[in-house]
Design a protein around this ligand. Sequence first.
Ligand code: NDP
Length: 252
Amino acid sequence: MNEVQVHHWVAWGLIAVGAMVFISLFFVVAPYGRHTRDGWGVMIPNRLGWMLMESPAALAFGGIYALGAHALEPVPLALAAMWLTHYAHRAFIYPLRLKATQKKMPLSVPAMAITFNLLNAYVNARWISQLGHYPLSWFRDPRFIVGVVLFAIGMAVNIRSDNILFALRSPGHAGYRIPHGGAYRWVSAPNYLGELIEWGAWAIATWSLAGLSFFLFTAANLLPRAISHHRWYKRTFPDYPAERRAVIPWLL
Ligand code: NDP
């Protein structure tokens, strides 16, 4: 089997695992954040967990990207900049902004996420810097332009929504309140909505199986979790806004 075939099967493997994750998450909610619970093994500090699980998505992506034959070409560089902007924030800035530093997560959560992030970094970095073909004219292609614009919108929605959540807590406090403002007007998990828009946009900008596999996996992971959050809010707060949906305005 040559590398193109290996790459192809790893991408399809991620889609298949994503389908299993999607079904499983309706029965077992991932045990971190408000859904943390005992019985999942060794616990580690939340902040460390986030850095551990997200840093491979930045570092492994950067390393694998740099080894590709097209690594210094303008379009692959622009695509890599999008990815690395997201993951530099997620792996190294976001964890430092967490307020409830005393909270913990089971080590098994980062362990699973690291495995996924390494495979996903390979699939996407290898595609844009080696196996895919992105000539200069891709800069004028509507798929690239739409992808870049949507990616920026998704990232803005994601970060703004997380900022609203951060503002609900003072340092060291771990309680929950009803978030208001921004896209919380419409949904309970606009940070997840922003994340979904970002990776949908990435799939469009790269127009690749690699990008599609990541978008599908993200949806498989975040849609059930958004529904769990939404149900939790409704159970926890009797005055929770009735018109608010889980993650897709007016629909879901
Ligand atoms: P959550 O929305 O569950 O939590 C985000 C942060 O806000 C946490 O620190 C949480 O604290 C706090 N928080 C949440 N709700 C409230 C509230 N009502 N009142 C006060 N504080 C609150 O997001 P996740 O932790 O699941 O995800 C964090 C980020 O990572 C998001 O931007 C998400 O999009 C992204 N992500 C991406 C994934 C992907 O597949 N690409 C997968 C998972 C996450 P606490 O931890 O104590 O609950």
